[in-house]
Write a new protein. Structure first.
Length: 277
């Protein structure tokens, strides 16, 4: 039985709007990333307590901090970044999040292995800071970072067994990484999935409509948590177009809420399809 989480900031920037979008779609968990034009890593502890009260009142839990930790250049100021990470641990505790999503630093393309030791050293400092917190660190594959392909992701997880994987099929597609090969290599490290799909040209499409092999991955996945991450195109003039023009545009939506709803519905269709097999 799956549990659904979502990046609801793609539906609405306000917490109240995110709660409404999740409640309307029957989603019980939030992967909290942003609110009111603020990244989650930048909010105060006071704000976090206010948000926690709102979520508790609505019966919504925080599954993970969808943080930007590790999403800086490898030559960036890591001391300040580590301080922000420690603040993130405090926020996660206040919000009741069990996980923090993080990355493995932007490195120059083609020189990934040259920076491997520096990447590992920085990830090790994240692990050390989080050691006594009870918060689980989860690495997401992402284009342009050290861990953008399956082989380098596996190196991270072998070096740090305490870091689990957030498997994002669309991000692998955008890096030219075959997702079945990636799954077969990384499945033992996977904590949860980001439900996002993409075409070979990198365009993000609803789950099951792209080259991410979502059906295969859902069939093989033995976990329960799925986070919807829409990333679908919004075109505010969409409703004014004639039908043939809408067809040419493809997967595009009149507003953020419509895109969010479409992403959730695509996942629910895949789940229904799987359950009927």
């Amino acid at each position: 039985m799956y549990k659904l989480a979502a990046f609801a900031d793609e539906a609405d920037s306000s917490i109240s709007g995110q709660i409404a979008a999740m409640s309307d779609n029957g989603i019980e968990f939030l992967e909290i990333r942003g609110m009111e034009d603020q990244n989650i890593a930048d909010i105060s502890t006071k704000k976090a307590k206010e948000v926690r009260r709102q979520l508790d009142d609505s019966g919504i839990g925080v599954w993970s901090l969808g943080s930007p930790f590790g999403k800086i250049g490898i030559s960036g100021d890591f001391t300040a970044h580590l301080d922000k990470f420690k603040h993130g641990l405090e926020l996660a505790e206040i919000l009741g999040a069990r996980n923090i999503r993080l990355f493995s630093f932007y490195v120059p393309s083609g020189y990934e292995e040259r920076y491997r030791d520096e990447v590992m050293e920085r990830l090790g400092k994240f692990c050390e800071a989080a050691k006594q917190s009870g918060i689980r660190l989860c690495h997401e594959n992402e284009k342009g970072i050290y861990g953008d392909n399956a082989e380098r992701c596996a190196k991270i997880h072998r070096a740090f067994p305490e870091i689990r994987a957030v498997f994002d099929p669309a991000n692998f597609v955008q890096c030219g990484q075959d997702t079945i090969e990636a799954w077969d290599m990384l499945s033992g490290y996977v904590e949860y999935l980001h439900i996002k799909d993409a075409l070979p040209d990198g365009s993000v499409v609803p789950a099951g409509k792209g080259a991410g092999n979502l059906r295969y991955i859902l069939e093989k996945y033995r976990g329960s948590m799925l986070t919807v991450e829409p990333h679908l195109s919004v075109f505010e003039g969409f409703d004014s177009l004639e039908s043939p023009e809408k067809t040419k545009i493809g997967y595009c939506y009149p507003n953020s809420r419509a895109a969010f709803d479409a992403a959730v519905n695509a996942l629910k269709e895949l789940i229904k399809e799987k359950n009927h097999e």
